[in-house]
Design a binder for this molecule. Structure first.
Ligand code: PCA
Length: 201
């Protein structure tokens, strides 16, 4: 059986929970399709998130890495197409605010996801779970983690597939802020499982 490293993030920017943490914790240790899931929860900190992800990667030596992030305000599951060499945006959980910074000085401008993102979207849509490819992972921690993982894999000349999927808020968040589009935890878990099931299809 192959190994899949599934990551979520801790809560950030005033969100009381992060649905990605709940989903990753629920799937930890499960066997889905051909994959044994090993989950890890990442901090929302520019100085630590990528480093922590790479540490988990080196310990687990997965065949595939799927990182999840909350995109509060999006109403679809959105596999990300590309990560860019830029850090910017809101302050992180340590209050660090970066502007227009590179992730890696002189690193490539961007990396494409090596996950089958079109297959993910087609599969979810067929299951009645709304999804679309996103062409921007933003410039905050999610983009930072996606870029850093793909950069590490490229630099080490590994053939591990990796990428990032943004998910909408869960009902736990939408009951607090009724302006946020939300999904049930059950459907978020179902969507992530479906994508893992079709990784090699
Ligand atoms: N979403 C943020 C960071 C942590 C998370 O779950 C993002 O989209 O960058």
């Amino acid at each position: 059986m192959k190994t899949l490293l599934l990551t979520g993030f801790v809560p950030f920017l005033g969100h009381s929970v992060n649905p990605t943490q709940r989903v990753a914790e629920e799937l930890d240790g499960k066997a889905i399709g051909d994959y044994q899931i090993k989950s890890a929860i990442l901090p929302v900190e520019f100085s630590k998130s990528a480093e922590r992800l790479i540490k988990h990667f080196e310990e687990i030596k997965p065949d595939v890495v799927i990182s999840l992030g909350l995109a509060a305000g999006r109403h679809l599951i959105t596999p990300e197409r590309i990560a860019i060499n830029c850090r910017d945006g809101e302050p992180d959980n340590q209050g660090v605010k970066l502007q227009d910074q590179s992730i890696r000085l002189d690193g490539p401008d961007g990396y494409f996801s090596t996950l089958p993102i079109r297959r993910f979207v087609d599969t979810l849509q067929k299951e009645g779970l709304p999804a679309d490819i996103s062409n921007t992972a933003g410039t905050y921690l999610c983009n930072n983690v996606m870029y850093s993982m793909l950069d590490y894999i490229k630099e080490k000349e590994l053939n591990t597939r990796a990428g990032f999927i943004h998910i909408p808020a869960s009902f736990e968040l939408t009951v607090i802020n009724n302006k946020l589009p939300g999904w049930s935890h059950h459907d978020l878990v179902k969507a992530v499982k479906k994508m893992i099931e079709v990784l090699d299809k």
